[in-house]
Design a protein. Structure first.
Length: 279
């Protein structure tokens, strides 16, 4: 059984120079999806309502993902697993056809809810940090739960279909529209229809996404060398001048990075023991 690798310099034939501890987020679980989202309610801008009421048909245009709200909650019957609830907010642009052959562009909001269950392990330690966050209380004075962090990656969806339908009757404000964040509403530059329109549009979108759960972890990783850029910054001129002499000087790596310790001091273990004993 190989010896346990400890932080410090390493002599390795493959080029590894050092083993170092880093603090990063470790991915515990992830999944990917290709969702075909059918019959999403389209909430048009108020100035587009009259156009939709007179439209003979609508065709797909484009969609833009504005924001994804993400919430993580533990699964009570399965320790270490978490539900990741996501709400996608889209800005959708469609082409409405009236009596004339030239279509009229209509813009509005679509909302899509999605849930995934992933493994995120368990942790009971409380996390405190001295990191300054503008507009928030001092993080050193706040207790933080050690829950995994959900990360959602998604691209703008594809508009697969759009259709307009007559309404059977009036209805109250839709819950989807009532829970839209203010900054999402501001992306439309005006008020959105509340759902009492005579006609409604339903959209089908194709969405690609990746969901993962991460936790802060300390990992031991091999280091081959410092990551220094090979490309020099261009100054936009190739003329011979004193700056050419400066550009030929090697970059002082040692001034920016502390030197590696070649070997531990002879009394390192004794000093370590004394510190642990408090002597």
């Amino acid at each position: 059984m190989p010896d346990k690798v400890m932080p410090g310099p390493i002599e390795d034939a493959s080029g590894i120079r050092e083993a170092v501890c880093i603090h990063t987020r470790k991915i515990y679980d992830s999944c990917r999806d290709k969702d075909c989202i059918e019959d999403l309610r389209f909430y048009p801008k108020m100035q587009c309502v009259d156009t939709i009421n007179r439209a003979l048909s609508v065709k797909g245009g484009s969609a833009k993902l504005l924001y994804v709200y993400v919430d993580v909650e533990p699964v009570s019957f399965n320790r270490g697993f978490y539900t990741v609830d996501m709400r996608f907010f889209y800005s959708v642009t469609l082409q409405a056809y009236l009596s004339c052959p030239v279509p009229v562009t209509v813009e509005g909001l679509c909302v899509f809810d999605k849930r995934a269950i992933l493994f995120g392990s368990e942790g009971n330690a409380k996390i405190f940090s001295s990191e300054l966050r503008v507009g928030e209380p001092d993080m050193q004075m706040m207790k933080r739960a050690n829950a995994p962090i959900a990360v959602v990656e998604a691209v703008d969806p594809i508009v697969l279909d759009a259709r307009v339908m007559d309404c059977c009757g009036k209805r109250d404000c839709d819950c989807d529209l009532c829970e839209v964040p203010a900054f999402v509403n501001s992306c439309f530059g005006g008020e959105l229809s509340s759902g009492d329109d005579n006609r409604r549009i339903y959209v089908t979108l194709g969405q690609f996404s990746i969901v993962r759960l991460e936790r802060d972890s300390q990992l031991l990783v091999p280091v081959y060398d410092y990551c220094m850029p090979d490309k020099e910054c261009s100054c936009g001129s190739d003329k011979e001048d004193p700056c050419c002499i400066f550009r030929n000087i090697s970059f002082p790596v040692g001034e920016f990075f502390p030197p590696n310790t070649v070997r531990m001091p002879d009394n390192y273990e004794d000093a370590k023991c004394c510190c642990a004993c408090g002597k």
